[in-house]
Write a protein that binds this ligand. Sequence first.
Ligand code: UD1
Length: 310
Amino acid sequence: MGQILVTGAAGFIGSHTTDRLLAEGHTVLGVDNFRSGHRRNLAGALTQSRFRLAEADVAGAGVLDRLVAEFRPEAIIHLAALVSVQESIRDPELNHRLNVTATERVAAAALAHGVQRIVFASSAAIYGDTADLPIREETAKAPISPYGEAKLRSEDILLGLAPRGVTVRCHRYFNVFGPRQDPASPYSGVISIFERRYREGRGVTIYGDGRQTRDFISVHDVARANVIAAVQPGITPGAANICTGRATSLLDIVAIFARHYPQAPAPRFEPARAGDIIHSLGSAARAEVELGFTARVSVADGLAELIRVS
Ligand code: UD1
């Protein structure tokens, strides 16, 4: 069983990844500054002796170096990030610090202390708005936000470590959903917003005609992909989409919620948001070949679970 360091461990994806590592018997050092993560997300992990939590800013000079020197992980799963595209537009410097400088710290600490693997939270945002669907990894990279640019730059930094013996896997997540996703902002993931509104008996708002589609992937599948990439022997370095390869429209999502909340008010329709893309869909083929990873949780099952636990 391995020693794995998880940055952003108290976040949405980080906490599920931590839970899965612990369930598989690994020892985990979680690092989080609680900027967007929450201690409550680690309630289960904190009861386990194989888990330790460090409250620290991974972008800070020397911070990660000290933690890696002491913990000696075989792998780092780097999920700490500024997660909001809108915030990256408002504050590009903060975006750079949290999404690029932090990655440089991960790379330097890995090299200095012989970490064998890095798994990195990249994003479909590196592709920008492309009409060439499904998006395959070879598709041109044309990010349209500082967030997407920083994720692409981070991939380059980390994949550049290959000649120095570090196996890096970059995971280009599509639209991740599931328990612990924060619905706080109007720009939070649509499923987290809809779940809360249905639970509170309020109607949802659909921007556009609802026929826009996304490749929604359960956070449980994402956590499983992260763990595979961190611990499975014989993984080759590289980048792959982490997606389902299936398109689901907002009307499909609303229909599923309506089955669980038959009394809910009908959705309100408002004009599409500026800059909104109509369709996003990934090709799941490369992750299957390179990681042996295929998403298992359907949107209907994922929503049923989300509704049950929320
Ligand atoms: C994602 C990012 C967004 C970014 C965009 C750039 C997240 C959560 N969102 O958006 O910040 O600008 O990529 O490509 O990472 N919607 C509604 N009602 C709501 C909320 C959303 O109809 O209450 C719609 C949106 O207008 C959109 C769809 O739902 O058409 C999905 O929205 P969202 O979950 O934000 O995902 P992306 O559009 O992929």
